[in-house]
Design a protein around this ligand. Structure first.
Ligand SMILES: [Zn+2]
Length: 107
């Protein structure tokens, strides 16, 4: 994944997790991808956000709170997500994404 945002000009350890930490969390996510727990979630074939059904191979792993915003690779923060939602989530600002989700739920 390429971060579009340029690095901050001064260190801000509270809101910007270090590269090392992000690397560690990504490695953990890769491990979790191999677990039965995750495979079962995929087998349900449903996107966590839009709730539509997909073949498991079309679902991706998403961090509800992105790693770049201090999210962790924990079971509570990892959800199956369709490519469309994944793309929207990356492109929208967090507040726009929330709005998008509200629309999905009420429509
Ligand atoms: Zn979706």
């Amino acid at each position: 994944m390429v971060l579009k945002r340029s690095p901050p000009s001064f260190p801000d350890p509270w809101s910007e997790p270090g590269e090392e930490e992000i690397r560690r969390e990504k490695a953990r996510a890769r491990e979790i991808r191999q677990t039965t727990w995750w495979k079962r979630r995929l087998a349900r074939g449903r996107c966590h956000y839009c709730g539509r059904a997909f073949p498991p191979r079309e679902l991706t792993m998403d961090h509800v709170v992105p790693l770049a915003r201090g999210g962790k690779s924990t079971r509570g923060n990892l959800v199956p997500c369709c490519k469309e939602c994944n793309t929207s989530k990356k492109q929208l600002l967090p507040i726009e994404w929330e709005e998008h989700l509200r629309r999905l739920r009420t429509s």
